[in-house]
Design a protein around this ligand. Sequence first.
Ligand code: KG4
Ligand code: ZN
Length: 313
Amino acid sequence: MSNIILSQIKIHEKYGGVVPEIASRNHIYDISEVIDASLLDAGITLNDIDAVGVTYGPGLVGALLVGLSYAKGLSFALNKPLIGVNHIEGHIFANFIDHPALTPPLISLVVSGGHTHLVYMKDYSSFQILGHTKDDAAGEAFDKVARSLGLGYPGGPKIESLAKEGDPYALDFPRAMINENNLDFSFSGLKSAVINYLNKMNMTKQIINKADVAASFQQAVSDVLVDKAVRACKINNAGKLALCGGVACNSFLRDNFEFAARKNNIEFYVPSKIMCTDNAAMIASRGYFSLLDGYTHGLSLNASSALKIGERA
Ligand code: KG4
Ligand code: ZN
């Protein structure tokens, strides 16, 4: 009914990444106003809601505690159920908002700043991890490569727009683990390959075509993600693939997925861009399905910074 997003990008931009203490302090300043604005936008009052859904992990514990404490207060004061939501599961459930006809079973690929997971969802509450990154997440690789190109934070959108002017096959960066017989990923080697290339060019005083670097990097990430996601669908006989997470904002990636899915007779789903990056509606969506399952929490629920997908508190 509403989806208010108060971004802190402007605050953290000058540090080149999120500063945890500053993030949680700003959450404290803003949380009441954000909730008021969301109710106003939805045209309802707190009495009209059925339950309070809140992210309790994974993530930065300070930031999680602000939301969780506020949600517990609301739940207690309103005498309505509290539903702790796993942030990564939330990303997957963004798909059910934008595609109401989509139902499990499905394969989901979560590509965010902190996570790269291939998940098989038999139903709304079962999450079988088929593969994950062994080191950096896809979004983290975008951010680090952007930083080494001097593009600033967050790197994903900056790489995407620069890549439009570059040749994706100008430089042959590694597609790690693409030939391995598993559904895992690795992006730190790719990141190092880009950084080594930039260092070598700088040391030999050669001109760097940053657009070619961005485009070739993006192509390498896309190739691996598409290959493993399609493979996951085939192995599990799954006809539906749902992409999600901040990196899924990337139009080049979205197009490549759509093309590969069509070629392999797989139905492809991805949320609208605003639903791909962190937002409240995706948490509400996961909370809604938890409530239908009768899966709610007590006020003793604690933040869990390393919460795993599918893990229950
Ligand atoms: O899901 P998200 O909003 O936050 C986490 O839970 O991590 O994802 C943020 C990540 C950042 O690494 C950011 O660089 C990346 O998503 N991202 C993109 C794009 N927009 C955001 N990566 C590639 N292309 C984009 N257009
Ligand atoms: Zn996220």
